[in-house]
Design a protein around this ligand. Structure first.
Ligand code: UGA
Length: 444
């Protein structure tokens, strides 16, 4: 099939590469000239396992190409996917300016009928608005055809995006007409040997499902974080509780890990956008508000623990921080708990020695001053980060940090105390090695 993917961000780029892998001819439209030039050279601007290999293979095979021009992108396309960003707007709602601008450009560029599919996460009713906008332009250009619209939200996770796209748990096809459903079913057939995993519904239901899925996952995390807070006060280990409840099939083992809060480009923004949608409908989203408030609080916990440990005196202390990305497997720092910790530590006068396998490049802008003055140092080795440190804080559970040589670290640190923001270490083992251990929701 001839496809156009508009936007070469996480979702767009993965979508374009994976559709090309399945034998479709894909043109990906990207506005940013720098990004475009890098991609055309086969250079992926984000860290995502497996993506660069796909990109290079399909640039070479000619199945995939990039263009700055919408006209070129949609020429002969049977389906155009909109995969541009929907960041948080000033009032918390999803900012649709990029999506609507794409709709206008499509209305100007299209020369033939086409199915326009929203892959971006957008509030209920957006696909309809997009369709109306495109068709108005087509009418004013005296074109005789109109576009159909559909919603096909994306559920990939950063760090395993290619794998998630190639082997999805489910594909949601939100279409209000049979022809669009059939067209998308055919496109996705090679990804889904088990056809029960294709879920068809109306456009609005598909749009809502995406928000509900992310809000539900965020709710599970905030719920567990709240339980962890209570556990800590009742001398109970949240890790026992997690295993205890996770074994109930109705609850399940995923997304019930207490920690230092969720981050990333999706959960925070989508929870906020859903709250705003509810407000606009005059509906009180009490649970969603609590989820967000708990998460904001959770992100401050590591700093609070460190500060308490040093009786509020952090000036001149050296703190090692392991992990900056919002989760392992990505270089994405958006809404990362590490940033809340770093801001607070630096403001309190501590010196920070931070290590992350891939996310250090993103620190330059926000922390230019601290990096310049040396108050913040980025190290390649986790061990160098702990040299002369008064405390070690684990923020992101990269594999590299899971089983370090603690005896070596004990020798490097000035004071052996570990704050474990993801509960990945064994308190007893660490105590045996002479460390003081502080987890999230674990007995002291
Ligand atoms: C999330 C969803 O998991 C995807 O299904 C969805 O497609 C995507 O958003 C999106 O809307 O595009 P992602 O943001 O890549 O994916 O990351 P997750 O793996 O969901 O992790 C989100 C955050 O939750 C991370 O900060 C992680 O550390 C935290 N988390 C996750 C916990 O604190 N506890 C857990 O048990 C699980």
């Amino acid at each position: 099939m001839q496809l156009c993917v508009i936007g070469a961000g996480y979702v767009g780029l993965v979508t374009a590469c994976c559709f090309a892998e399945m034998g479709n001819r894909v043109v990906c439209v990207e506005r940013d000239p720098v990004r475009l030039a890098r991609l055309a050279r086969g250079d992926v601007p984000i860290y995502e396992p497996g993506l660069e290999a796909l990109l290079r293979a399909h640039l070479a095979s000619g199945q995939l190409s990039f263009s700055a021009s919408m006209g070129e992108g949609v020429r002969n396309a049977a389906i155009a996917f909109i995969a541009v960003g929907t960041p948080t707007g000033e009032d918390g709602s999803a900012d649709l300016s990029h999506v609507l601008a794409v709709a206008d450009e499509l209305g100007e560029a299209l020369q033939q009928p086409c199915l326009v599919v929203d892959k971006s996460t957008v509030p209920v009713g957006t696909a309809e608005r997009v369709g109306q906008r495109i068709n108005r332009r087509l009418a004013s250009r005296s074109m005789s055809f109109r576009v159909r619209i559909a919603s096909n939200p994306e559920f990939l996770k950063e760090g395993s995006a290619v794998e998630d796209f190639m082997r999805p748990d489910r594909v949601i096809l939100g279409c209000d007409d049979g022809q669009s459903t059939e067209q998308l079913r055919r496109l996705y057939a090679p990804f889904l040997r088990n056809h029960e995993r294709v879920l068809c519904m109306g456009v609005r239901a598909a749009e809502f499902t995406k928000y509900a899925a992310n809000a539900f996952l965020a709710t599970r995390i905030s719920f567990m974080n709240e339980m962890a807070g209570l556990c800590a006060r009742l001398d109970v280990d949240i890790e026992d509780v997690r295993r205890g409840i996770g074994s109930d099939k109705r609850i399940g083992t995923h997304f019930i890990y207490a920690g230092c809060g969720y981050g990333g480009s999706c959960f925070p923004k989508d929870v906020r956008a859903l709250i705003r949608s509810a407000e606009l409908e005059g509906f009180e989203p009490g649970i969603l508000r609590a989820v967000e408030a708990r998460n904001a609080l959770q992100k401050t916990l590591l700093f609070q623990s460190v500060r308490e440990h040093f009786n509020g005196l952090l000036q001149g202390r050296i703190v090692a921080v392991w992990g900056l990305a919002f989760k392992p497997g990505t270089d994405d720092l958006r809404e990362a708990p590490s940033l809340v910790l770093l801001d607070a530590l630096l403001a309190a006068g501590a010196k920070v020695q931070a290590c992350d396998p891939v996310a250090c490049n993103g620190m330059q802008g926000r922390y230019a001053e601290a990096l310049e003055s040396g108050q913040l140092q980025l190290t390649e080795s986790p061990y160098s980060a702990t040299e002369s440190a008064d405390a070690l804080v684990l923020v992101t559970e990269w594999k590299q940090f899971r089983q370090p040589d603690f005896a070596r670290i004990r020798g490097l640190m000035r004071m052996p105390v570990i704050f474990d923001g993801r509960n990945i270490y064994d308190a007893t083992e660490l105590a045996g090695l002479g460390f003081l251990y502080r987890g999230i929701g674990r007995p002291l």
